[in-house]
Write a protein that binds this ligand. Sequence first.
Ligand code: ADP
Ligand code: ZN
Length: 713
Amino acid sequence: MISQASALLKKHYGYDQFRPMQAEVIQCVIDKKDVVVLMPTGGGKSICFQIPALLLPGLCIVVSPLISLMKDQVDALNSNDIPAAYLNSSLSFKEEENIILQCLNGQIKLLYISPERMVQEMNRLLTRLPVRLFAIDEAHCISSWGHDFRPEYTQLKLLKENFPSIPVIALTATADKTTRRDIIKQLNLPNPEVFIASFNRPNLSLSVKSGIKPKERVKDIIEFIADRENEAGIIYCLSRQTTEKLRDALKAKGIKAGCYHAGLPSDERSKTQDDFINDKLQVVCATVAFGMGIDKSNVRWVIHFNLPKNIEGYYQEIGRAGRDGLNSDTILYYNIADLVMLTKFAQEGSLAKINLEKLRRMQQFAEADICRRKILLSYFGETPHENCGNCDVCENPRKHFDGTLLVQKALSAMMRMEEKVGTTMLIDVLRGSSKGELIEHGYNKIKTYGAGADLSFAAWEQYILQMLNLGLIEIAYDEGFTLKITESGKEVLYGKRQADLVQPQVKIAEPIERKAKRRKFAEQGDGNSLFEALRKLRKQIADKERLPAYIIFNDASLREMASEKPLTEEEMLAISGVGQLKFEKYGQEFLTVIHELCYGISAKLTKVNTVEETLILYKQNLSVDEIALKRNLSVTTIYSHIAQLYLKDDITSIENYVSLDEINSVKTALKAIGKIQKLKDVFDFLNAEINYFKIRLALAYIEKNGQFNIVDN
Ligand code: ADP
Ligand code: ZN
């Protein structure tokens, strides 16, 4: 079964190997077991139910909460020659009727529907359809513990009651343990196999920059983007206002930036989203509301302009980068003002205790002086032994020192000001500033005034954050955010204890190695120009077909084309992400660009060679299957060779492969459609009843024989 699954993986998706866990999950589903899959964003969950859907007879119903995602997912499936459709409120009655009919006729393998609809149809449509598998995507929506609870999802527990014999596969990227347990309980699956993949995403670099004021962050970000021409990214901000200001600042520098938050009209929001997906916007400045509804695989970086509320949210948001597996960068900015604001929010809600605890863990992550990935993964219950080498701490190990004296200076200043000041005033006093308010209070007269003048504001802010984290001081949220000395702080102040501090990272430049790595990566291929040319072609095709560019081929595939420079069909099909149908639709165009740019020759030449190779085997009386096997090509490709050979009169008859009835149907379709752009037009017109290869053969027949002798049969 798994070898069959591997063949489908190659044929439809163009991938050579399953990712960790995919094959095991697929096997279980085929064995009709209920399965729960926990895998990080970008881990490859979709294939876990899409390939079983292809292997099983009948239909797979996919429950998915986001209408906006359904269309993209279905487009992506269709572009891989997998018949899929969706039912949701955006369709007309007629369109729905049509889809239901196709499902009944077995012409559709995957049907996406919303949870509401699923519940309504439980005793109606679903009982009529040949359903063999239920897939519940974003399964965490069923849990009120999760961050995205949807009441409609809770009704899904009725699935098992109503259809005890149909297997259920539930999938989520939620890493939170409570939610995980709750999902299994809520779905009422009697004895599910649970698969938990590692949540590690090694291709994401992790960096934290603390103590940088908002204005400087903007400068820093502009520099960062300048280094990443054409690379898409998302900047998450805490407030709506910040998203707008940031967008304006970026636009002023000529960066194509948009902004997205819940206060904008919905049409504006969807336009921003579409423009981002279609590479018309390079950057979106957004509140957390952005990203759920997009599946863009080539987001190359994610920045948090402010500290996120908790690690789950942070992890999910950075997870939107690098879904194609290519290296991507993430940066988190963080200072005391953010912490103060977030703590205030957390205290206000009904879940204050949990929220404060979660924020505290977030803060610990941000303040980490050991490998950040270790901290992140340990939060999700994994215990990696090695440092990751791809986070700012690994790349720039922190130096510890005895900071007792420094801490004493700060604490003593606080004491002398009767613990009535906040961070900014404390730092100003330590640095000997002559601001009006400081002088008015007479703080310039205390003994520690100016005692820390040798350090920058940012360095002091980082020390104070460390003191907070060490529990030496705390913020009195109910007393105007003034700083207070704790019991252990007093121990340091009175010399009973030492304070271990970490050297601050004032201006963290991107590590030279990473920069070099990225540059090398960007230049892969012919000094980058080949990649750009391929990208341009992809954009033209995407615009013509009205599909997002990454659905044509993702960045990883283009990168591989640019570095491997495939010459022939075989070589092109060996590129990860180039499946059979994709090759047929676009392969030749991409080959042409590669040929012209790299070898200065026309692609036609090699095309003839591969076709002639097929002819040689054909003349040895090998069957199509045998030729395909021998040449390690797909059957569809061999049929397309046969069509070409037939047109050139190298082969005289193709009636063995396509019946006259079928040729007639194609002819009817041709008449009705008029000029056809692509095989898919005919395929769709014929309700997917006739295979692509037969359509191709039929077209060759019609072209060669003229039209007249076909009609009446
Ligand atoms: P998830 O739903 O878990 O976030 P997806 O199913 O969207 O992830 O997959 C993420 C990306 O990884 C997609 O571009 C997908 O085509 C790709 N992918 C999935 N499985 C494989 C595989 N076995 N080999 C290569 N790429 C894969
Ligand atoms: Zn690390």
